[in-house]
Design a binder for this molecule. Structure first.
Ligand code: FES
Length: 121
């Protein structure tokens, strides 16, 4: 049957595509912002992830979240990076984090007006 062949092909294609798990690193080094603000942002992101049911590593859309050392921006923080997309964000407000969560982490659409750069680039 054509439908089952198509389904089998699609299933086979999906099984051969690598699963990309995004990782978010939030700088807590203390120069781009106060360490408490970085930790609060990290905890807020964990809450958003759990509320969306994405804290299960088997969930589609699961992403990792960690506090990190300096991301070499060192201003306008908190600063976070989304990997493997290699996008550095400044995230000064909770609303900015909500936008990064909804648009980028859920929707796959980066947010250019929150992009920032390493201080040596
Ligand atoms: S101290 Fe946070 S990016 Fe350098």
């Amino acid at each position: 049957m054509k439908n089952s062949e198509s389904t089998a092909e699609l299933t086979s294609d999906l099984q051969t595509q690598p699963v990309v798990i995004r990782k978010v690193f939030i700088c807590q080094n203390g120069d781009c912002t106060e360490k408490d603000r970085a930790r609060a942002l990290y905890e807020r992101l964990l809450e958003l992830r759990a509320a969306a049911g994405l804290d299960d590593p088997d969930a589609s859309g699961y992403f990792k979240c960690n506090l990190s050392g300096c991301l070499n921006v060192c201003r306008d923080g908190p600063i976070l990076v989304v990997q493997p997309d290699q996008i550095l964000y400044r995230c000064p407000t909770e609303n900015d984090l909500d936008r990064i969560f909804v648009d980028h982490l859920l929707g796959g659409r980066p947010i250019p007006d929150l992009f920032t750069r390493r201080k040596d680039s």
